[in-house]
Design a protein around this ligand. Structure first.
Ligand code: SUG
Length: 426
């Protein structure tokens, strides 16, 4: 497709994972209806320093394995504009008081939907920040996210950063999006998964939002697939599709009950991407409930430089007899996923964010990204130093709203911005 291409060198394109740095106000306020981890950890003390260090450790591993790793910064919290708009006076519900403090921007899979240059009509990489309208504490994210994306991907010759889609349509970004391709730098077929409204829990991704994003990105209709998520999966707690499936290159790693019409989904993808390889985990091996509890599918499925694929899963998977038995069997088989690597992201998991939630995938030439958003060992050291010195060790529910904590959290973020020479995002 791609007439009027701006890019000629597609060989330099590579997949970069941009992980969200966990913010200094990370806390458990139980704000996300339909997200079981969020509800069940409501009111627990949180450990922002440990959470952020877990995130950096994950990024370091990824950097070592892939040779490239990016990151996005915590957004400004507490959000004064939202606090004002809510007219907080102490009589409000705790959840309302907590919303302006939410550090949920750490889940960068919800930051935006990204269509790489080989898929788009103008040959640029398109990014649409997700409006996240379903949840108040997340709906405050997109404008600051957009400002940050405009810096990180500010090279207008290679990137277009859009506005979020109109707020009539709920959009949750890359958590409901996948991309099939032979190689990351080649042309892809993009998968958009949406929920249908009216169930027990909100369907956070609306079909019209997905279609609007695809049109805005200039994707060819024959290179997009729109599929409905299984309403039963949403009811069981799969509030985003990335809780029940993940895509990498030819491979769709999915639970047997992820889609409203499972076989229909495979057929629709295969009609546009015949090389599809499905790795389907049967409910008899891992129940939907166990998949959601352990976040087996909220995994990073990555292609290593030698072409093999690793699945980066939460530690919780290794502790589950049924999930780990499945993983061991998969590793011993001749399938495309050869290694399953558990990582400790427990602080994030307790709010419903696994390894996949914590990263936004962007296929691009690393040389076109603002280098301040790319990790190396020295920068990881610098970030860790700031976290150890400035991130609160513990936040209790009663701390939310405290002026003293607000001052500390604002100062901590600013110290990080200074360390990364990104004060313009203050
Ligand atoms: O939007 N949790 C997030 C988790 C997002 C996970 N992302 C992906 N699946 N890609 C959410 O539900 C909990 C916040 C709280 O309860 O304090 C929260 O927002």
């Amino acid at each position: 497709m791609a007439q009027n291409r701006t890019l000629s060198d597609t060989t330099a394109l590579t997949e970069i994972n941009f992980d969200g740095l966990v913010g200094p106000s990370h806390n458990y306020a139980g704000l996300s209806l339909g997200n079981i981890a969020s509800a069940s950890h409501k009111g627990d003390p949180s450990y922002p320093r440990a959470a952020a260090l877990q995130g950096v450790a994950k990024m370091r591993r990824s950097f070592t394995a892939l040779g490239v790793q990016g990151f996005l910064l915590p957004l400004p919290r507490p959000n004064g504009a939202l606090q004002d708009a809510l007219h907080l006076d102490g009589s409000e519900a705790a959840a309302l008081r907590a919303a302006p403090w939410s550090a949920s921007s750490m889940w960068t899979a919800n930051a935006a939907t990204v269509s790489p240059a080989p898929d788009t009509a103008d040959g640029k990489c398109h990014l649409t920040p997700a409006n996240l309208i379903t949840m108040l504490h997340r709906a405050q994210e997109w404008e600051d996210t957009k400002a940050q994306l405009e810096v990180a991907f500010g090279d207008k010759h290679h990137f277009t950063v859009h506005d979020a889609v109109p707020s009539t349509f709920g959009d949750e970004g890359a958590a409901n999006h996948g991309r099939f391709c032979e190689s990351h730098g080649g042309e892809g077929v993009e998968l958009f998964v949406y929920g249908s409204l009216g169930g027990k829990f909100p369907a956070r991704q609306h079909e019209q939002a997905s279609r609007l994003v695809a049109r805005g990105h200039g994707l060819a209709p024959d290179k997009c697939v729109f599929i409905e998520q299984n309403p039963a999966a949403i009811e069981a707690g799969a509030f985003h599709n990335d809780v029940v499936s993940v895509v990498n290159q030819r491979v769709l790693f999915t639970h047997q009950e992820a889609f409203a019409d499972q076989q229909g989904a495979y057929d629709a993808i295969r009609a546009k991407f015949p090389a599809l390889q499905v790795v389907e985990v049967p409910s008899s091996a891992v129940t939907m409930a166990e998949a959601i509890r352990t976040y087996l599918f909220n995994a990073q499925l990555i292609t290593l430089p030698d072409g093999t694929m690793n699945l980066i899963v939460p530690e919780e998977c290794r502790e589950s007899p049924s999930v780990w038995a499945y993983c061991e069997e998969m590793m011993a088989s001749n399938g495309p996923i050869r290694k399953v690597v558990p990582v400790d992201v427990r602080q994030s998991m307790a709010n419903g964010g696994g390894p996949a939630c914590l990263r936004l995938r962007v296929v691009c030439d690393p040389a076109t990204v603002d280098p301040r958003f790319l990790l190396d060992e020295a920068k990881a050291d610098r970030i860790e130093k700031v976290i150890v010195a400035a991130w609160p060790e513990q936040i209790d529910p009663s701390d939310i709203g405290s002026k003293v904590l607000a001052k500390d959290v604002i100062a901590a973020r600013f110290t990080l911005l200074e360390a990364l020479e990104l004060q313009s995002l203050a």
